[in-house]
Ligand binder design. Structure first.
Ligand code: G3P
Ligand code: MG
Length: 248
């Protein structure tokens, strides 16, 4: 684990598998991590939130409905209840029986695959600070020295603030959808090392502002190699993609 506090890092690859390899396997699952590796990704991104009993699990939406056979809020289910759900069948019959993974199970799998990762802190609405605390603390505690140091990110500035307080040594990036005028103030305040921005929202002018400020920027979600070339020419360091096979 390195101390970063705004110092850019040099070990992040140009391509990161988004939610694993979301076009090829169910997002935020162990088969998704394996698929990303198989398709040539060196790093993956996934989303982390808390069950009702504060177990960190991989999941994207506040609710279970889109990607599992369950319904309702993840934050209102215990880990045991979440583990009974199927998080693979919605994607394809060959993934039937895939469970929602816990964060510690995921770290063990990353370790055996030798995959680096961007851990996105994705709180269920209203649980921002606690999710930032628990995910950051577990990352600091469980991340193995054999992997590149973990990279935390979040759209929630509150979650990142808590992550900074509880585990200042774990690298942080701010995720932006709309990029506010005062983005650099937040970047400094939260000791971030990079900005993660939407391909849909990144203007040439904003890319120039990142370059001028010496802030590395990484862009989600990029599935067309021509778009990636344009973004790299603007100074983008890394793209997040659902199709690692197109960029390996
Ligand atoms: O971390 C990059 C990207 O995953 C952010 O958007 O909604 O796919 O989590 P989302
Ligand atoms: Mg994400």
């Amino acid at each position: 684990m390195t101390s970063n506090s705004t110092a850019p890092r040099t070990d992040v690859p140009r391509m990161i598998g988004h939610r694993g390899a979301a076009a090829h396997a169910p997002e935020n699952t162990i088969p998704g991590l394996k698929k990303a590796k198989e398709l040539g990704a060196r790093w993956v991104e996934f989303d982390c939130m808390l069950s009702m009993d504060e177990v960190v699990v991989l999941h994207h939406d506040d609710t279970l409905d889109r990607t599992t056979n369950g319904t309702g809020l993840v934050s209102e289910k215990s880990f045991v209840e979440l583990r009974r759900l199927d998080a693979g069948a919605w994607f394809g019959p060959e993934f039937k029986g895939t469970a929602i993974p816990s964060f510690d199970q995921t770290i063990a799998e990353l370790t055996s695959l030798g995959l680096g990762a961007n851990v996105e802190i994705k709180p269920v609405t209203g649980h921002e600070r606690r999710t930032g605390q628990v995910v950051a603390a577990q990352t600091a505690q469980l991340w193995p020295a054999s992997l590149p140091p973990a990279l935390l990110s979040s759209f929630s500035l509150d979650a990142l603030e808590e992550a900074m307080k509880i585990a200042p040594q774990v690298d942080r990036a701010i995720l932006w959808w709309n990029i506010p005028e005062d983005w650099h103030d937040h970047h400094m305040r939260l000791g971030a090392s990079a900005a993660h921005v939407s391909a849909k929202k990144l203007s040439d002018r904003q890319a120039a502002a990142f370059r001028d400020a010496g802030v590395p920027f990484r862009v989600y979600t990029v599935n067309d190699p021509a778009d990636a070339e344009r973004l790299f020419a603007l100074g983008c360091e890394t793209i997040f993609t659902d199709y690692p096979d197109r960029f390996a």
